[in-house]
Design a protein around this ligand. Structure first.
Ligand code: ATP
Ligand code: MG
Ligand code: MG
Ligand code: MG
Length: 565
């Protein structure tokens, strides 16, 4: 193996911190900053320092190897994109505030790419003319931009972040199914190699469009997603998708929908006044009970809410989540304010446990107006369930009826069978076997590369610090010179021997720091093996620590080298 460069801590750009950053709430955010992996540049925008960049590159390398292994070809598309293709697909407006938009000097509109379905479709339209050119799978590892409403948790939710996005192009549905299956299997291998505990769950397709989609979720308390899985069958779904999968209500035998003025149902402004919060408070379309009364609170367009914060805003009112019981004897009681969309675009609560045929009172598209007898599925489509997680642990599994488990997780990957949505929008055809044009069918597949770094930190860190799996660690061995002169000389020769045998070595050669401080830093940084040259250096004895298990052993340097190489 090639000799590796020894990274000396005395030269390393990584200042470790004893204190958690004040704004950090999640473990990965705290530790990645404290251990000197990343630094905040602006809200949701991060600088990757040398240690962080190494981990990020390791994740990218694994992703790249597995994408190459299924025959996907790497490309690099621009992040700076013209508006027009996104107008053709409808996403220039659909994405709303999530898009970073800018103008060039001539006044032409541009955006910073949040995901690239449109542009890849155009590339293939330009390059492929015959069915013989397909199937093709293309991918890139690239910086993406999304002006998230609430960038948080460090690199878990950035406004600028690294994504691996790939796209498959096939002439038949069977072909698409195959490309999708290849990606699904590659994703399993990627996350296994990275050491990320993960689940595959059914998901909703959202703004991406298309039919089937699945998410790869990494269970972690810091996750912003909630999923259910069944202990007795293989059912697993994001809670968003559990509701989505509810049978549509046909509304047969129910009165037609009717708009009614409902002065008792407040607008956001009136409700905010009633609740004593500014209308700009960080609330959204959310059904809650305030002092026992079910109300909807929120600011249209703001799709996220933090219930804990909501509670603070609403104090001293008693705020509770609406549960199934609240609906049981009040079938008329689902009501609330919905943004400026028309009734056909209402995105609102659809609780699968509300009995079929229930008439609803829901938000209408006029201020101070509500609609009575609206039947979900008849009068409007619920295209995405946004607001309240009404699925609870123990709820019956839609597939077998057993009690569901419920957990928090981080979305690390998402795969979509897009079908012909983008091919239709851009007229992507190839000449088929019979000489007639055939419309192409597509899949798209994302992995949050930078998010995966934070997800790994969440899953593997302990009270002493980060603790990387070998595949992604910024080094293989962290050699600590716990003392001057003899210990330092022994540490130097250990580092040299390890790097000569191909291991990546971090050498703590810093002067003027106590062994205690160096060891605390080593544990914080989280390299899998820590080799300490200390008190017994005179006898050529070192201590070898295994960071994940904490086991320590005194060995001669030769024994330690034999153990590690
Ligand atoms: P989320 O639900 O967390 O907002 P998403 O569903 O909007 O994610 P996708 O459009 O499915 O994200 O993008 C593919 C992948 O990119 C996601 O599975 C996730 O791992 C990653 N990703 C998305 N948004 C961010 C972000 N703001 N910061 C870091 N990674 C992200
Ligand atoms: Mg998102
Ligand atoms: Mg998502
Ligand atoms: Mg997603």
């Amino acid at each position: 193996m090639a000799t590796q460069h020894v990274q000396r801590m005395s030269r390393l750009m990584a200042k470790t911190l004893r204190e958690d950053p004040a704004d950090a709430e999640t473990l990965s955010h705290k530790l990645l900053v404290r251990a000197g992996y990343v630094r905040r540049s602006s809200a949701g925008v991060w600088t990757w320092l040398p240690l962080g960049k190494r981990v990020l590159d390791n994740v990218s390398r694994v992703v790249r190897e597995e994408m190459d292994a299924i025959g996907a070809q790497e490309v690099l598309l621009p992040a700076l994109l013209p508006k027009e293709p996104y107008e053709v697909s409808g996403r220039w407006s659909e994405y709303g505030d999530l898009l970073f938009r800018l103008k060039d000097r001539k006044g032409a509109d541009y955006l910073l790419g949040p995901t690239h379905e449109e542009i890849f479709t155009l590339v293939v339209k330009d390059q492929c003319t015959s069915y013989k050119d397909l199937p093709v799978m293309l991918y890139q590892i690239q910086t993406k931009y999304r002006d998230e409403a609430r960038p948080r948790s460090g690199v878990l939710r950035g406004r600028e972040f690294q994504m691996k996005d790939s796209y498959s192009f096939d002439v038949s549905d069977e072909g698409l199914a195959e490309s999708y299956a290849l990606h699904r299997a590659a994703y399993r291998r990627i996350f296994e190699r990275l050491g990320l505990d993960h689940r595959i769950v059914s998901a909703v397709s959202g703004a991406m469009g298309g039919s089937a989609s699945e998410e790869f979720l990494a269970p972690a308390a810091a996750g912003e997603d909630t999923f259910v899985d069944c202990p007795s069958c293989d059912y697993a779904a994001n809670t968003e998708a559990v509701t989505f999968a509810a049978p549509a209500v046909d509304g047969a035998g129910h009165a037609p929908a009717q708009e009614i003025p409902t002065p008792d149902t407040p607008t956001i402004e009136a409700l905010a006044a009633h609740l004593g919060v500014p209308a700009s408070a960080t609330l959204k379309n959310l059904l809650v009970k305030v002092d026992g009364e079910i109300v909807a609170v929120g600011v249209p367009g703001d799709r996220e809410v933090d219930l804990g914060k909501l509670g603070e805003h609403l104090a001293p009112a008693v705020v509770e989540l609406v549960t199934a019981e609240d609906f049981a004897d009040r079938p008329d009681l689902v009501r609330g304010y919905v943004g400026p969309q028309g009734l056909d675009k209402v995105r609102y609560l659809a609780d699968p446990r509300v009995a079929p045929g229930t008439s609803w009172v829901t938000g209408a598209n006029k201020a101070d107006t509500h609609a009575r007898n609206v039947v979900c599925g008849r009068d409007f489509e619920v295209d995405r369930y946004l607001d309240v997680v009404v699925v609870e642990a123990g709820d019956p599994c839609p597939s077998c009826g057993a009690g569901l488990r419920l957990d928090r997780a981080i979305e690390i990957g998402h795969i979509f069978q897009l079908g012909r949505k983008y091919a239709d929008a851009f007229g992507l055809d190839v000449l088929g076997r019979e000489g007639k044009p055939v419309r192409v069918t597509m899949g798209s597949y994302g992995i949050g590369v930078s998010r995966a770094v934070a997800a790994l930190a969440e899953q593997t860190a302990d009270e002493r610090g980060l603790c990387w799996p070998a595949e992604v660690a910024p080094a293989d061995v962290h050699v600590v010179a716990a003392g001057k002169a003899v210990p330092l000389a022994l540490a130097e020769s250990a580092a040299e021997a390890l790097s000569a045998s191909g291991l990546r070595v971090l050498l703590d050669d810093r002067a003027g720091l106590s062994p205690g401080v160096k060891l605390t830093d080593a544990e914080l940084i989280g390299v899998p093996w820590i080799l300490v040259a200390g008190r017994r250096s005179g006898d050529g004895v070192v201590e070898l620590q295994h960071r994940p298990t904490g086991t320590r052993e005194e060995l001669t340097l030769d024994e330690a080298l034999a153990r590690l190489t």
